[in-house]
Design a protein around this ligand. Structure first.
Ligand SMILES: *Cc1c(COP(=O)(O)O)cnc(C)c1O
Length: 397
């Protein structure tokens, strides 16, 4: 039967009826270990009782009022996010791309408010992914996402990953900001070194630029800190968050220092849905868990265990796995075999993983997993490697 959905996705032939923690249950009753978490979204797993209670409780009160009125749940979440981070102010959106749009607009307005509207260009890095709106595909710079959609939105200059000379050369009196993911997610789990982040910060300070970090995928505990940039000691001026921030409820946020946000006065930006009471109730519930004493330490420990086990797997299957990348519970396997084939083989073993660029599959489990789930995932990865090896041998014969 032909689907009535716009066919922009090649979907796997499986659908899920419910979820429990790190497990998803398909319609036929079979159970899948979810190491994709809906692309790093289900940060505290499926069906978490605290989130279910927060959402249903709010649903009985009020769903939506718009930003024409005060939203106490949004005030509270913004206060908690700023308390726990570099930021002073928060704008709530509905997605990562929208959070990035707010970051981009804010950086441009910062200079415009200073009498320099000509400073609107933003430097991004090859392999970046910042979303699928017209501006964010231009920021990401990937031809396959840009082509066929009319003139590329102006104002983005992309430089090769880690190329200091190219970066210095591209900064002009029109540059407003640099924008980077601390770990490239879609780009293939490429980790940006702390030294490189320090270099970017120094360049920003030298040229009066703003540093924007896209932490849509890396944030909200994914690497064992609330935000990944905290590992480097480098602080951004503006940051986007989404994915894990709502634990599965669609939500995004742009965080900034008061200084960076100085141009964003009444009427300069808006959203109908962003920061609505349902999203805010769930966002607060997610933070209750992530910021609870010991939780991030648990993520760090589990991440370390996962990394060690993956390194051993790579040693056993050098013809399948080429390299282990990532931090915390944001890990990638760079493969010798094709990543989409490997993801399918893992799915045959009832393990969900997510392909990324550079022939990588990503492991982005819910942050609540422990030793048992790591062990179960490794058994399934081992079986997938063995299956791929057998297939490879047959093909060679
Ligand atoms: C997923 C992602 C986005 C886009 O988020 P959407 O919610 O799909 O709009 C932007 N930046 C990064 C780093 C992402 O991983």
């Amino acid at each position: 039967m032909t689907s009535s959905l716009l066919p922009t996705y090649a979907r796997a032939k499986v659908s899920f009826e419910r979820g429990e923690g790190a497990w998803l249950v398909a319609r036929d009753g079979s159970r899948y270990l979810d190491f994709g978490a809906g692309i790093a979204v289900n940060s505290v797993g499926h069906g978490h009782p605290h989130l279910v209670a927060a959402l249903t409780e709010q649903a009985q009160k009020v769903w939506h009022v718009s930003n024409l009125f005060e939203v106490p749940e949004a005030e509270r979440l913004a206060e908690r996010l700023t308390e726990a981070s570099f930021a002073d102010v928060v704008f709530f959106a509905n997605s990562g791309a929208e959070a990035n749009e707010a970051c981009i607009k804010m950086a441009r307005k910062y200079h415009a408010a200073d009498g320099h509207p000509e400073r609107y260009r933003i430097v991004t890095f090859e392999g970046a992914f910042h979303g699928r709106t017209l501006a964010t595909i231009a920021a990401g710079g990937q031809q396959k996402y840009i082509e066929g959609f009319g003139p590329k939105v102006d104002g983005f200059d992309q430089v090769p990953f880690g190329d200091l000379e190219a970066l210095k050369a591209v900064i002009t009196p029109e540059t407003a900001a640099l924008m980077i993911e601390p770990i490239q997610g879609e780009g293939g789990l490429r980790v940006v070194s702390h030294e490189w982040l320090r270099t970017l910060r120094a360049l920003c300070d030298e040229h009066g630029l703003l540093l924007i970090m896209d932490e849509v995928q890396t944030g909200i505990g994914r690497t064992g800190k609330l935000f990944a940039h905290e590992w480097s000691g480098v602080t951004p001026d503006i940051l986007s968050s989404a994915k894990g921030i709502g634990g599965g409820f669609p939500m995004g946020a742009c965080l900034a220092t008061r200084e960076a946000a100085r141009g964003m006065v009444v009427g300069t930006h808006g959203t109908t849905f962003g920061g609505n009471p349902l999203a805010m109730a769930v966002g607060n519930a997610v933070l209750d868990i992530i910021l609870a004493p010991g939780f991030l330490e648990h993520v760090r420990q589990t991440g370390l265990l996962l990394k060690q086990r993956l390194a051993a797997l790579k040693d056993r299957y050098p013809d399948i796995v080429d390299e282990i990348r990532g931090e915390g519970l944001m890990m990638g396997l760079r493969l010798v075999v094709t990543n989409t084939d490997f993801a399918a083989a893992a799915r045959d073993e009832h393990l969900l993983v997510i392909p990324a660029g550079d022939n990588v599959v990503r492991l982005l489990p819910p942050l609540i997993i422990g030793e048992a789930e790591v062990a179960a995932a490794l058994d399934k990865l081992e079986a997938a490697c063995a299956a791929m090896e057998t297939r490879g041998r047959r093909a060679a014969e």
